[in-house]
Design a protein. Structure first.
Length: 548
């Protein structure tokens, strides 16, 4: 996609770009913290604390009952996390609490470090110290249990050694005196050792496995994370830029998902037909009348004159089956659209007016028998008309129901009263159209949209050429592609597309759009139009929505 296409998308969807831009800037400025809060939040973001445990001086790494690696395992599993949770009054799962600390043993130094990081200074100190104290107390309690069991063993051993000593003393004077004396001395030495160990246990002489070398102290940690500026204007500018990028991205995404056609090039590429005229948008006050007759100097009227020129210049070259012009040189022109609301009936009314302006006699046939609206543009009551003629098989008597309109040179035949089977009536519309050729030089037929009912396709084979009305920002690519397929499959002679909703070419450069003096259109000279004050204003409102 070219840069100009991106610019067009952003210009068309400027509201979608503007809303995130303004919203982001406003929110950033309103939520900007003051300088004190910004300094406090930037000074310290997290705290780290480390508690260090060391094996008791009387316990070497080699003689300790358990290794430091085993102590590290016990610190984060089992009973120690439960003790730490109770100490901290932690209500959650103890194992989750244990996951907040990192335990590292070092056999070289005989130390065990417990580290944690948190944004709360007090909480991180309490956490590591709770695990350190719980580890020391757990292994102290384990040592107490071992001492109690050892005391029982020593007491039993002392009793047994005492009995053996007494038995040895009873043997004095009998047997070998040297052996007896040696046994007595051995039992006495054993008793001394056992009593010493028992006395050491009873007097608290056993030592803890671990001691707290250094309790945890919270230390602030520097962070390299991005700190938003405190200045509201700076914050607003950054947020506005991000909002602008977001808005632009949203606009491109919406454009991608939106299948409505927005440019002349899109219409021509999708439908495969040339755009014969670009009709500007119309003010709301002009939605019900024939603008080309009521405001002949407006840009809308000039656009329809351009359409007239295209039709009259191209149509003489039409020849062959299904495109045969009438014997008196008349042209039968059918106007349709893909879906309702494209401006089909408005196009019929204004094209009829500019054709009559060029000196042609024009007859408008309202063959939209389902939802007729073209009679309202000319102020003609919808009385007896086409439905009655077709129902009575009197299509050749068309001249009897022709009504004159307020536009000089334009007459019309209304659709007539409602009927229950309009599609069946239009199957025999051929003689009626042939009769119309003898009444006027230009016969313009208003039919229902192509993709709603099949009426337009039944009428198309009797017309010389067909005009397809498309509306920018309304007709979708899928609708246009379906019309193209129908034209090709049924052999409809489609002359081109009338594009409704464009800006007039002159308005892009600030010039009013008026007809140049002395320019002939399709061999019919016309006088130059005077400049209208409304020429540049007709692009402000949407074209009249047909009720067809």
């Amino acid at each position: 996609m070219e840069l100009k296409a991106y610019a067009r998308i952003l210009r068309q969807r400027w509201r979608l770009v503007l809303v995130p831009f303004v919203a982001a800037a406003a929110i950033a400025m309103l939520t900007a913290p003051d300088a004190t809060e910004q300094e406090a939040s930037a000074a310290v973001s997290t705290y780290s604390a480390t508690a260090t445990l060391i094996t008791s001086p009387t316990q070497s790494v080699e003689t300790a009952p358990v290794s430091l690696a085993t102590v590290a395992l016990y610190t984060t599993t089992g009973e120690i996390p439960k003790r730490a949770a109770r100490a901290l009054d932690y209500r959650g799962e103890p194992q989750l609490l244990a996951s907040m600390v990192a335990v590292t043993p070092s056999s070289e130094t005989g130390t065990l470090t417990i580290t944690a990081t948190d944004t709360d200074q007090k909480a991180v100190e309490e956490l590591v110290n709770a695990f350190a104290d719980s580890t020391v107390s757990y292994f102290r309690d384990q040592q107490v249990e071992l001492d109690r069991a050892r005391t029982v063993e020593l007491q039993e051993a002392i009793d047994a050694t005492t009995r053996k000593l007494q038995q040895a003393k009873a043997q004095v004077g009998s047997g070998n005196p040297e052996v007896v004396q040696a046994n007595i001395q051995s039992f006495q030495d054993l008793l001394t050792t056992q009593f010493t160990e028992l006395n050491q246990i009873n007097t608290g002489g056993s030592t803890d496995l671990l001691e707290v070398l250094q309790p945890g102290v919270a230390i602030p940690q520097e962070t390299a994370a991005f700190a938003p500026p405190s200045n509201p204007w700076t914050r607003g500018g950054i947020a506005a830029l991000l909002g602008l990028l977001l808005g632009a991205a949203l606009a491109l995404v919406v454009e991608r998902l939106d299948s409505r056609m927005r440019t002349r090039e899109q219409v021509e590429d999708t439908i495969g037909l040339p755009v014969l005229a670009e009709i500007p948008l119309m003010p709301k006050r002009q939605r019900t009348g024939v603008v080309s007759a009521e405001r002949p100097a407006s840009s809308v009227a000039e656009a329809f004159r351009g359409l007239r020129s295209s039709v009259l210049l191209v149509s003489p070259s039409l020849r062959g089956s299904g495109q045969q012009r009438g014997r008196n040189g008349s042209i039968v022109l059918m106007v349709t659209s893909a879906m309702p609301g494209a401006g089909k009936s408005t196009t019929v009314a204004n094209l009829a007016a500019v054709m009559a302006e060029a000196g042609r006699t024009v007859l408008v046939l309202s063959l939209d028998l389902r939802n007729p609206s073209i009679h309202r543009y000319f102020g003609v009551p919808d009385v007896t008309g086409i439905s009655e003629l077709l129902a009575a098989d009197r299509g050749r008597h068309l001249a009897q129901v022709v009504h004159e309109t307020d536009v000089p040179g334009v007459s019309m035949v209304t659709s007539g009263h409602d009927t229950d089977h309009p599609g069946a009536l239009l199957a025999s519309v051929g003689p009626l159209i042939e009769a119309a050729r003898s009444i006027a030089e230009v016969v313009i037929i208003d039919v229902p949209p192509m993709l709603t009912v099949s009426d337009a396709l039944d009428v198309a084979r009797h017309a010389d050429v067909t005009l397809l009305v498309s509306r920018l920002n309304k007709t979708t690519q899928s609708q246009a592609e379906e019309c193209q397929r129908l034209f090709k499959r049924l052999g409809v002679s489609a002359l081109g597309t009338v594009l409704v909703g464009s800006r007039p070419a002159g308005a892009r450069y600030g010039y009013p759009v008026v007809a140049p003096a002395g320019v002939a259109e399709a061999a019919d000279p016309e006088s130059a139009e005077e400049q209208s004050a409304d020429a540049g204003q007709t692009s402000e409102e949407s074209l009249a929505r047909d009720k067809d």
